[in-house]
Design a protein around this ligand. Structure first.
Ligand code: PHE
Length: 399
């Protein structure tokens, strides 16, 4: 507890002293409210490098934002203290509440009002997809540490990511279902409000069928924020799947797992990184969470010494919490940005962007990060087993 307090204090001291500079920069601002009008000729020219972060700090996917920002602050605490190109680093966090419209507004505000050098975020692909076109149009680099939907980086050359994509994650889970669990008849339950869920379902279906598996021909769908899934689950149960693929986010996934168990739908459920939250266990309950598997980016059980140091430092700073995937992705994403800022030829947007997308073999705790020609990272995935006490490492899959 003491350590945690000191940590926050030191970050606060740095931030507070830097805050003094912002007043003058924002005055010459010409804010604009529509994405088409957003222009940014150059980042703020003060004594700082300003990093704008867009994350869900509140709402139904709040653990993603909280863990990410914890990871980002830990990275800044360790490596963001030294000046880069003679300037100090300042972080501005905007809460998008897990909503696409809020995400677009946050990116617009960070670019026009704060004149950030780079935007980091967001997590849910639909949120990043709403903000990315604004950064692209303004020619400001936006790097997401976590959004896996294919379309995200297709927005344009200023949009990149330091995580793998769903084309990889979906194949990992289809293979796991077929080869490791020996299942052959899958039902898929999709969140219709999520680009991530829809995209990941498609990849799983294609790959599972390619391997000779059958996908039940009914569309099982819900919409984020639903809470009663019993009629949906009874339809699923009647089709007698031997495995269910549920690429959703943890709030709905947790409730679905709980209700499925209550209804006697006793087959393994498989998810993607969207289940990776310290809240999953609480929502699904001990019975609901047992015996299911997800693909994700990181396991705190990884014995790599760098991972174990990170786990130890994270726990020291954040009240003994075990870091999940988002904490690790936020940490690595910020390290890649700091490294790029150091390597960048100048602090102009294009130079910073070139340095980010030129990242090769950066040794992160979520694996070695190389950004490819489509501005996606090629990295390994892990399969985790969900247990009442947390996620347990099952296997590592290389690209
Ligand atoms: N990959 C998810 C998406 O694109 C977000 C996510 C990443 C959630 C990592 C949890 C952990 O929507």
């Amino acid at each position: 507890m003491k350590v945690k307090k000191n940590f926050h204090l030191s970050i606060l001291t740095i931030l507070a002293s830097l805050l003094l500079f912002t007043g003058c920069n924002s005055k010459k601002e010409t804010g604009s409210s529509s994405s088409e009008e957003v222009t940014a000729n150059s980042p703020t020219s003060g004594n700082e490098i300003v990093i704008g972060a867009v994350f869900p700090m509140t709402g139904p996917i709040a653990t993603y934002g909280q863990e990410s920002v914890n990871g980002i602050k830990l990275a800044l605490k360790k490596y963001g203290i030294d000046k880069i190109k003679g300037k100090t680093i300042r972080l501005i966090v905007e809460d998008n509440k897990g909503e696409p419209t809020e995400s677009a507004n946050a990116v617009r505000k960070l670019i026009t009002i704060d004149k950030v050098h780079v935007v980091v975020g967001s997590v849910a692909s639909s949120n990043t997809l709403a903000g990315a076109p604004i950064a692209q149009k303004a020619g400001v680099p936006l790097m997401t540490p976590a959004s896996t939907n294919e379309k995200v980086t297709q927005t344009g050359n200023f949009i990149s990511r330091t995580c793998f994509t769903d084309n990889f994650q979906g194949v990992v889970m289809a293979k796991f279902a077929k080869e490791s669990l020996g299942k052959s008849k899958a039902a898929i339950i999709v969140d219709n409000a999520s680009d991530y869920s829809k995209g990941l379902s498609k990849v799983f279906k294609t790959e599972f069928e390619k391997m000779g598996g059958t996908i039940i021909d009914t569309e099982f769908t819900y919409t984020a924020k639903d809470t009663d899934f019993r009629s949906l689950l009874s339809k699923v149960k009647r089709t007698k799947p031997d495995v269910v693929f549920l690429p959703g986010y943890y709030t709905e996934a947790g409730l679905i797992l709980k209700q499925a168990k209550q209804m006697g739908l006793n087959v393994p459920f498989l998810g993607g990184d969207g289940w990776d939250s310290p809240k999953l266990q609480e929502l699904a309950g001990a019975e609901g969470v047992k015996g299911n598997y997800i693909s994700s980016h990181f396991s705190p059980d990884d014995q790599d010494p760098a991972v174990q140091t990170f786990v130890k430092e994270y726990k020291e700073n954040y009240g003994d919490q075990r870091p999940g995937a988002m904490a690790a992705l936020g940490y690595d994403g910020m390290l890649v940005i700091l490294d790029a800022l150091k390597r960048s030829e100048s602090l102009e947007y294009a130079a910073i962007n070139n340095a980010i997308i030129g990242t090769k073999g950066f040794k992160g705790i979520t694996g070695s990060i190389t950004i490819d020609e489509n501005r996606n990272a090629r990295k390994s995935a892990v399969v985790l087993k969900t247990l009442p006490e947390g996620m347990a490492f099952e296997q590592k899959v290389n690209p």
